[in-house]
Design a protein around this ligand. Structure first.
Ligand code: HEC
Ligand code: HEC
Ligand code: HEC
Ligand code: HEC
Length: 162
């Protein structure tokens, strides 16, 4: 009997590990559905106006939009389940989208989960800290001139006024 229970526990642990690793990028259009418009705090519109939403265009204008050394920070989920060169849906993941900061959304994007912040975080939602920004805002960026979290956060602020 003990062995059966142990086996069951192992299976649950294994399943959770696989499941935890299975958060998929869904692309900004999925977030847009629920996060655009005056009533929703103009979150999508604010992002759309930010330079994050033009990061791929920036590479294109330099003829560097196929260079993996640049794409890494100028698209979402590069070679990690988001943007992948040559994939039919690659364009869904161009630019620095919501999920580059908030984590892949497949498991938290449903209304029932989104309404419960704690559950959403369990299902992959990230409320970004400075460390998240510094995955891209660092010396590996050819144009890096330092990064001030406070000032830069203010520039991309999309707090919902209540
Ligand atoms: C089906 C609608 C829906 C979709 C799709 C959706 N959201 Fe949400 N989201 C909500 C709602 C509603 C809230 C507000 C919860 C509240 O305040 O009650 C929310 C809250 C959030 C929050 C703030 C969490 C908090 O409570 O402070 C973040 C961040 C967020 N969403 C990011 C995203 C991202 C990124 C995507 C796309 C991957 C996305 N959402 C897709 C409905 C949605
Ligand atoms: C996936 C990589 C990535 C992440 C994560 C990221 N950024 Fe960026 N950020 C960029 C890129 C690339 C640009 C330049 C876009 C362009 O101009 O084409 C940029 C530009 C900016 C700018 C505009 C710089 C200027 O002065 O024009 C601000 C502000 C900024 N980021 C703030 C943040 C903050 C705050 C965070 C974390 C909460 C963050 N970023 C996370 C990649 C990233
Ligand atoms: C480590 C992440 C990272 C890599 C790799 C990266 N970038 Fe960027 N890029 C950024 C960030 C972050 C910014 C915002 C400004 C800054 O802090 O450098 C940016 C901004 C830019 C800008 C706009 C500068 C401006 O202020 O107008 C250009 C152009 C650019 N990158 C081109 C490139 C090219 C070309 C490559 C590849 C050779 C590349 N980047 C690789 C992160 C990166
Ligand atoms: C460059 C990183 C970055 C990107 C891109 C980004 N966010 Fe955020 N987002 C943040 C940060 C930082 C916060 C504040 C976190 C906190 O308060 O702890 C935040 C907060 C939020 C909140 C909570 C607002 C509130 O008032 O409670 C929502 C909702 C949200 N983001 C949705 C989105 C959606 C949807 C997108 C894409 C359209 C997006 N974010 C793109 C970094 C980002």
């Amino acid at each position: 009997m003990k062995k059966v229970i142990l086996l069951a526990v192992c299976m649950i642990v294994a399943f959770s590990l696989v499941y935890a690793g299975s958060f998929q990028y869904v692309g900004v259009n999925k977030c847009k559905m629920c996060h655009k418009g005056e009533k929703k705090g103009m979150v999508f519109e604010k992002w759309e106006k930010s330079s994050h939403a033009k990061a791929f265009e920036t590479l294109k204008s330099k003829g560097e939009d196929k260079n993996p050394k640049c794409l890494e920070c100028h698209v979402t989920g590069f070679n990690a389940g988001g943007y992948k060169e040559g994939e039919a849906n690659a364009l869904d993941f161009v630019n620095v989208q919501c999920e580059a900061c908030h984590g892949p959304g497949s498991e938290y994007k449903n209304m029932s989960v989104m309404k419960d912040k704690k559950l959403a975080i369990e299902k992959g939602l990230v409320m970004p800290t400075e460390a998240v920004c510094k995955k891209c805002h660092n010396e590996k960026s050819p144009t890096f001139k330092g990064f001030n979290f406070k000032e830069c956060s203010a520039k991309i602020d999309h707090t919902i006024k209540k």
